[in-house]
Design a protein around this ligand. Structure first.
Ligand SMILES: *Cc1c(COP(=O)(O)O)cnc(C)c1O
Length: 396
């Protein structure tokens, strides 16, 4: 089928929940993808930070193939070796003690919300159930994670949302301190806000949040679903801030494209979950865990974390001067290979112009151009994409 045939048929049977680009991707190799008409694109979005190893990575493909031939799924009624190995690796990398596996980011956050509430009860705080989150945050599309999300336009029409969430400004420590009440059980935030437009927490803020949480015995939940696993130049973004969360949630890049999410917690907090308190049919199944193990091992063996930091520095050096030179560019933000360009104009035209020249990027929040390329991208490939993007920005 051609792009047009797929789109025409799709419009008749798919719910229109997505504003899709007018093409169907059918194949990928490294940082390149091809559409149904045979056109090639440089993928600077990586499935929204999911394809951390790019496309058709030999180690990931081999691990999935091997596991598929061995055991795809059993059930969490049994012990699963790749799941145990993955949990071991994640706990060592994160400096946390216990793991729960889900299939998506929203589910990982749902688990984190439940665990924070249950931990408060275990500590004898029956009155504590509220989680403080931040404006512009994104935590998922399920009802509880949507309630946690600090973007009213995403919540409209879905009321009543679950109670127990309040929102304060991001990077505003005083506002957070003032929002703590006897009903508060935890704080939830992204060290680098992704969907909200690539906003980085300041070191003073994140350390201040950690101190407030420790002082009040509140659970600090860091949502690293987008910014975690090497993207910012640290395995976990919080490691660049020298703090430890009580809970961290992961998903997007973890399986390199195979759906898997994870919620990691300290032993103290994790102890609040008893058998029967939480679960998932598919969560952490052998296939997904084998994929995630291959992803993490490759990230480590190929030094992709350090590379992300260095490449991010390079991107910044090329883009930052634009905010002085071009009226349309307000600010360049980000860490490592998680970069955003705040425009003074709508970003859709930039996304479209780049696509027409064979480069895939995305726009979030209406006017922020976002780049989340595969971590395996080579510097000259990145430069090819930046050449196109910079030329497009110069012309608006
Ligand atoms: C994408 C995302 C989620 C939701 O993940 P899904 O897998 O789509 O449910 C939650 N938090 C952050 C920070 C995200 O970027």
């Amino acid at each position: 089928m051609t792009n047009n045939e797929i789109i025409t048929r799709g419009e008749q049977v798919m719910m229109s929940t997505y504003k899709r680009q007018p093409l169907a991707l059918v194949r990928g190799k490294g940082v390149w993808v091809w559409d149904a008409d045979g056109r090639r694109y440089l993928d600077l979005l990586g499935g929204i930070a999911v394809n951390s190893l790019g496309h058709d990575h030999p180690r990931l493909v081999a691990a999935i193939t091997r596991q598929a031939q061995t055991l795809i799924h059993c059930s969490n009624l049994y012990w699963i070796q790749p799941q145990v190995e993955l949990a071991q690796l994640l706990t060592v990398l994160a400096g946390l003690d216990r793991v729960f596996f889900s299939n998506s980011g929203a589910e990982a956050n749902e688990g984190a919300i439940k665990l924070a509430r249950k931990y408060a009860k275990m500590q004898g705080h029956n009155e504590r159930s509220t989680i403080i989150a931040t404006h512009r945050s994104f935590h998922g599309r399920t009802l509880a994670t949507l309630a946690a999300t600090g973007q009213e336009q995403l919540q409209k029409g879905f009321e009543p949302l679950p109670a127990g969430f309040t929102h304060v400004g991001f990077n505003d420590l005083d506002a957070l301190a003032s929002a703590i009440t006897p009903a508060t059980c935890g704080v939830m935030l992204e060290p680098v806000q992704g969907e909200g437009g690539i906003h980085c927490a300041t070191p003073a803020y994140l350390r201040g949040v950690r101190e407030l949480c420790s002082h009040h015995d509140l659970v600090l939940i860091l949502d690293e679903i987008q910014c975690g696993l090497g993207r910012t130049g640290q395995m976990f973004a919080y490691q660049g801030y020298d703090i430890q969360p009580d809970i961290v949630t992961l998903a997007k890049g973890l399986g390199g494209g195979v759906p898997i999410g994870a919620m990691l917690a300290s032993a103290q907090v994790a102890a609040a979950f008893k058998p029967g308190d939480h679960g998932s049919t598919f969560g952490g199944n052998p296939l997904a865990c084998a994929a995630a193990l291959a992803v993490l091992n490759t990230i480590q063996d190929d030094n992709l974390v350090e590379r992300a930091g260095l490449l991010g520095e390079h991107v910044r050096q090329r883009l930052e001067p634009l905010s002085q030179q071009l009226q349309a560019v307000v600010e360049v933000r980000g860490l490592g290979l998680m970069m955003g360009i705040q425009l003074a104009v709508p970003g859709d035209q930039v996304v479209e112009a780049c696509r027409e020249q064979g480069v895939l990027i995305n726009c979030t929040g209406g006017s922020v151009i976002r780049m989340l390329p595969p971590l395996i991208i080579e510097r000259d490939e990145l430069d090819q994409g930046l050449d196109v993007l910079i030329e497009v920005l110069r012309r608006i």
